[in-house]
Design a protein around this ligand. Structure first.
Ligand code: GLA
Length: 690
């Protein structure tokens, strides 16, 4: 009896390069490709010095056959780390191992076609490293090649190696009204793991994270998925870490019949020698390439007016028309009628599902308001929450079984509502018709698509995954039928912010909290992963409805400025000074939006409650400096702007002050001296290279 100790076949190396990143695998025809490198760009032609196992003598009391991290690590290889696949056939075939592998080259990437001829599965992992965005995408297709059902408990979208000096991970938690709370954890020999089980992307667990390394490099990954997910990072015996991401599956949720295949959501990953700002830049570019705009290009992001916090459910046609008049006067370009317009919807206890106009509030339908808005030169948008149903609705009375439930268990309500079963074609057909009717009859160019509860009892057999796919399908169908309509992804604010849904939508409602102080950190977390043009940022009322705090109009407007700017208050109640200040910011936004929404974004902190972000490129930058609390220092801190070109000189201008010229090297090393700032203040500088 001899135990296998090594593989005699010499490996080949598969290398992908983008301008900033390199990925290298060691491949052989009878095992899953081994990860040799994933990190900042290596020179062309670089190859690992030796097959990996030759560099790793057998440690005492260890398996004779060394199993380093592969792109598809599984238990049948003697892999003791996280398995990319947890599956069995009624308890059999649980320890999979790849026995055959071939590489197919595709544009900017490869497909590793693998099979386990013992457990009878086929696996194809597609890896693409996009030269335009420095983003590596991984996705996995699993096929049941056996003749009985394969029960899948977990199937990773991808596994990535992290270098030995990776030492911290930043992920994001939160709740309704408090999204993107940064959570910083040290990477140790213990496993780091975040799981979302709320059925949609959630406020609580953003599906992505940023890992930072001792040498200043940063790695980022995010899952393009609007449902349950798992992200884990686990220390490996060679000092690296394994970063795994994939959908979180409920028991019985993924059962593959003989011959059936499933493909995971994509994992987007990137790395940057320049740290977290380099990671954002890659993600922003990747998301820009995934978005599908009406007519193929993003038009300048129109200034929004949303009726929610100004009116809530209290829809009075005359008042709403007056609001439109006031909106047009300050320069607003899109008017979105929020919740409360449909039959019997006077509060949040009823009517979701009954998508017909409330004849008490709108005796002649929505056309008089929509026409009024459009005649004022603005677009008209409408709020819907298609996946939801109130038990107090005609829809529920007619089709109670359309609501997801578990027989014999109490219905768990949240905001008085239940969730429709989006896996049912008749439900999707009903919703398509209900929404399409308004899109056909009214001049609607925008939908705000909400989802205001977590998903719990997702069917007698769990349907979390089917729910996400059903929603994507309905969105895609509406987009195909009404290609000029843009969609906003909202879920009680930022509960559905992810790279999966953005392929069907055009804006995120970042948070129901529009307190400007709270928004500073929420928006900074958002911008780590998503570009500014899809960040819904509104000027709210004073005091802020979510927190009760009071902020000046210039501060509220300044914080909202860099995103997709909007207003969410009753404009009729503003003082003349507030109206003038708001109109001035709207004019400024229109002048700056092309520069805010196309370039790169850098974010930094100066200490003493001062943060900054810069938009543009090394030639032309807009620098937004925000102070969120009064200074504790006699003299203001300097802002070190390490993205400027140290070899050039820059002209700096700021409203109401004389232009000054400064050396890039000075701005980068010593920093920009700041003027005294109020406790809550936003300053906007323009920097142009000479
Ligand atoms: C959610 C959204 C809000 C608003 C309300 C309407 O909370 O986030 O912006 O649309 O629903 O009920």
């Amino acid at each position: 009896m001899t135990f296998p100790r090594a593989i005699a076949v010499p490996p080949e190396f598969v290398t992908l390069h983008s301008p900033a990143c390199t990925a290298i695998w060691e491949v052989r025809p009878d095992e899953a490709p081994l990860w040799r490198y994933w990190g900042p760009r290596l020179p062309d032609g670089v190859v690992p010095p030796a097959p990996l196992r030759d560099t790793r003598p057998e440690p005492s009391f260890s398996l004779h056959f060394d199993q380093p991290l592969s792109i598809f690590p599984t238990m049948g290889m003697g892999w003791f780390g996280q398995s990319a696949l947890v599956a069995s056939r009624a308890g059999q075939d649980w320890a999979q191992a790849i026995t055959a592998m071939r590489v197919e080259k595709i544009a900017d990437g490869v497909i590793f076609h693998m099979a386990d001829n013992v457990a009878r599965i086929a696996v194809a992992i597609t890896a693409r490293l996009d030269p335009a965005t420095d983003t590596l995408t991984l996705s996995t297709t699993l096929t049941n090649a056996g003749d009985d059902v394969l029960e899948v408990g977990f199937l990773a979208s991808g596994n990535l190696p992290l270098p030995v000096d990776a030492d911290r991970v930043r992920s994001y938690g939160g709740r309704h009204n408090s999204e993107f709370v940064a959570i910083d954890d040290a990477l140790t020999r213990s496993q780091w793991r975040r799981e979302n089980r709320r059925g949609l992307t959630s406020h609580d667990c953003f599906p992505g994270a940023i890992v930072s390394c001792a040498d200043g490099a940063a790695y980022g990954a995010q899952l393009a998925w609007s449902g349950n997910h798992i992200q884990s990072i686990e220390w490996l015996d060679d000092g690296r870490h394994q970063w795994t991401m994939g959908e979180a599956l409920a028991p019985g949720e993924m059962r593959l019949a003989p011959g059936q295949s499933v493909t995971t959501p994509e994992l987007l990953a990137t790395c940057s020698a320049d740290g977290a700002n380099g990671v954002s830049w890659a993600f922003h570019r990747a998301i820009r390439t995934r978005m599908t705009w009406p007519d193929g290009v993003m038009k300048p992001r129109p200034v929004h007016l949303n009726t929610w916090e100004g009116f809530y459910f209290d829809h009075d046609l005359d008042a709403l028309k007056e609001l439109a008049d006031a909106a047009a006067r300050v320069g607003i370009e899109r008017y979105v009628l929020d919740d409360g317009w449909f039959k019997g919807r006077d509060d949040d206890t009823s009517s979701l599902g009954d998508w017909v106009v409330d004849a008490r509030k709108y005796p002649d339908g929505l056309m008089p308001l929509a026409r009024h808005v459009v005649d004022l030169g603005m677009e008209f948008g409408l709020w819907v929450e298609p996946e939801m149903i109130n038990p107090d609705s005609d829809l529920y009375r007619a089709y109670p079984d359309w609501a997801l439930h578990i027989a014999g268990r109490p219905l768990l309500g949240a905001r008085n509502q239940l969730v429709l079963d989006m896996s049912l074609p008749q439900v999707r057909d009903y919703l398509f018709d209900a929404v399409a009717q308004h899109l056909r009859e009214l001049p609607i160019s925008y939908l705000k698509w909400d989802h205001n509860r977590d998903l719990t009892h997702a069917g007698n057999r769990a349907k979390f995954r089917a729910q996400v796919l059903g929603t994507y399908e309905l969105m895609a169908r509406l987009r195909a039928a009404f290609p000029d309509v843009e969609i906003e992804s909202c879920a009680g604010g930022g509960g559905r912010i992810d790279t999966g849904v953005i392929a069907h939508t055009h804006r995120f409602w970042t948070s129901d909290c529009i307190d400007a102080i709270s928004r500073v950190s929420i928006q900074r977390g958002f911008l780590q992963f998503m570009p500014p043009e899809v960040m819904g940022s509104h000027v709210g009322a004073c005091p802020a409805h979510s927190t009760g705090r009071m902020q000046s109009m210039p501060f509220r407007a300044g914080v909202a400025l860099p995103g997709h700017f909007g207003v969410e208050l009753d404009l009729r109640k503003l003082t003349q000074t507030e109206t003038d200040d708001l109109a001035a910011t709207i004019a400024r936004y229109k002048a700056l939006r092309d520069r805010l929404h196309h370039g790169r974004v850098w974010q930094g902190e100066a200490g003493d409650s001062v943060v900054w972000q810069a938009h543009g490129d090394e030639d032309q930058l807009l620098l937004i400096v925000t102070r969120t609390a009064p200074t504790t220092m006699r003299h203001q801190p300097h802002l070190r702007l390490d993205m400027v070109d140290p070899a050039r000189r820059y002209r700096l201008t700021r409203d109401g002050t004389a232009a000054v010229d400064m050396d890039g090297a000075w701005l980068a090393r010593m920093g920009l001296p700041l003027p005294p700032m109020k406790g809550e203040e936003v300053l906007v500088y323009e920097l142009s290279a000479r």
